[in-house]
Design a protein around this ligand. Structure first.
Ligand SMILES: Cc1ncc(COP(=O)(O)O)c(C=O)c1O
Length: 402
């Protein structure tokens, strides 16, 4: 038995792959961008369509628990990110949730005029902060990772950090950075898009103030799935998000003239929840039932390291120095013709994605990735490079989603 086959045979998480409907013949290494379809979802969604909507009609807001889905689903996500159930709600997008929580943080630190973030973080985080900064009359300061702590002066209201970086997969020490921010009198907002469901996350224990995360990546909630938002218990009363809608009202069905915030994280809700998408996210979150996230994180790390070591031996491929210790569940390898090479790989059924100009990104979620996939992907990359097929016109760039 090969080394990879032996690792699969001994893998306690191997049975979890059956929780997904993965197409045969595909090596799917992009669950960090869009998680695969949960096997239980088509039937669950068919039930929601035929019974809850079809027969129950509007009664299902109560009878099928639709109205509470943002909070019941939030409570199901909570243990995945180390939070108490009532501190998490499922709603809106990461972008919108960033706005809501950052606006609440700025109001809680009135007089301070800086939002601090890491210069290379995911664009939407910066774009949302730029929009908010204009509105709130504050300044967005972006610095390299190594300069974050030194930049925490007494004007910083909020430090926004991505827990696992979307390119490098480098991880911030959540407890240490939260502590540093608090020492300076600032609050912290964590983007967990690349860590929720991939890594052990301890929001409550590590002193996070606010957090957001993605439903469609490692949580397997489907394309454009609702995101989630976290509000630490100690801020339940003080946090007043600037985006206020009726679903975040204390008594939405009183139809009162004025806004009054609901208790706890529920005040982060805005409009009517998208029930079909919520049901899909519910099935995605259920794929984590009984999963030990420490075990999942360790498996992903091993997969990443095996893949990176193999890729580093391929001609024309450069692998950035692997981060020491813990890191996210994806890895970047670089090639001058990354887009074409990735397109050729996808044509062979090995699916990753790319980030311009030269990065190919491969994700290794523990529930769906086999050790054998590492071997299959490396062989495919080797063949694409050796054959020179990536230079073929078929693999010229087209489309906008990468
Ligand atoms: C770190 C990070 N934040 C946010 C997003 C996307 O946010 P939204 O759900 O608003 O599209 C992504 C998407 O890839 C991401 O990687």
């Amino acid at each position: 038995m090969s080394q990879l086959a032996a690792l699969d045979a001994a893998d306690p998480l191997a049975p979890a792959r059956a929780r997904f409907a993965l197409p045969p013949g595909v090596v799917y290494l992009d669950g960090n961008s869009l998680g695969p379809l949960p096997a239980a979802l088509p039937e669950r969604l068919a039930h929601t369509l035929a019974h809850e909507w079809g027969k129950g009609l509007i009664r299902s807001w109560n009878d099928a628990g639709w109205i509470d889905l943002p909070v019941t689903l939030g409570a199901a996500i909570a243990p995945i990110v180390g939070a108490e159930p009532d501190s998490v709600v499922a709603c809106d997008s990461v972008s919108l949730n960033l706005f809501k929580l950052a606006s609440a943080a700025l109001a809680m630190r009135a007089g301070r005029t800086t939002v601090l973030m890491e210069a290379s973080d995911f664009p939407t985080d910066a774009y949302v902060m730029q929009g908010l900064a204009g509105l709130a009359g504050v300044t967005l300061k972006r610095v390299p990772r190594a300069e974050l702590v030194a930049a925490l002066d007494d004007d910083v209201a909020l430090m926004l950090l991505t827990h696992a970086h979307y390119v490098s997969a480098q991880l911030h020490d959540m407890a240490a950075m939260s502590e540093a921010a608090h020492q300076a009198g600032a609050l912290t907002l964590w983007d967990l898009s690349h860590s929720a469901g991939a890594l052990v996350v301890n929001l409550d224990a590590d002193g996070a103030d606010f957090a957001v995360g993605c439903g469609y990546k490692f949580l397997n909630g489907g394309p454009g799935a609702p995101a989630f938002a976290y509000l630490a218990r100690r801020h339940w009363e003080a946090a007043q998000p600037a985006l206020t809608g009726w679903m975040g009202h204390a008594r939405p069905f009183d139809f009162a003239a004025d806004y009054a915030p609901a208790a706890g994280a529920r005040r982060l809700l805005t409009g009517t929840p998208p029930i079909l998408a919520m049901r899909a996210l519910e099935a995605g979150v259920a794929t984590f039932d009984g999963i030990d996230l420490a075990q999942a994180e360790a498996k992903s790390r091993q997969l990443v390291q095996l893949f990176a070591a193999g890729a580093a031996t391929l001609p024309g491929v450069r692998v950035d120095a692997s981060p020491q210790g813990r890191h996210g569940a994806h890895v970047i390898i670089r090639h001058a013709a990354a887009r074409r090479v990735m397109t050729a790989l996808i044509a062979r059924g090995v699916i990753g994605d790319m980030r311009p100009p030269d990065a190919m990104r491969f994700g290794f979620p523990a529930l769906t990735t086999r050790f054998a996939d590492v071997g299959l992907a490396l062989t495919a990359i080797e063949q694409v490079l050796a054959s020179g097929e990536w230079q073929d016109e078929r693999f010229a760039p087209k489309g906008v989603v990468s």
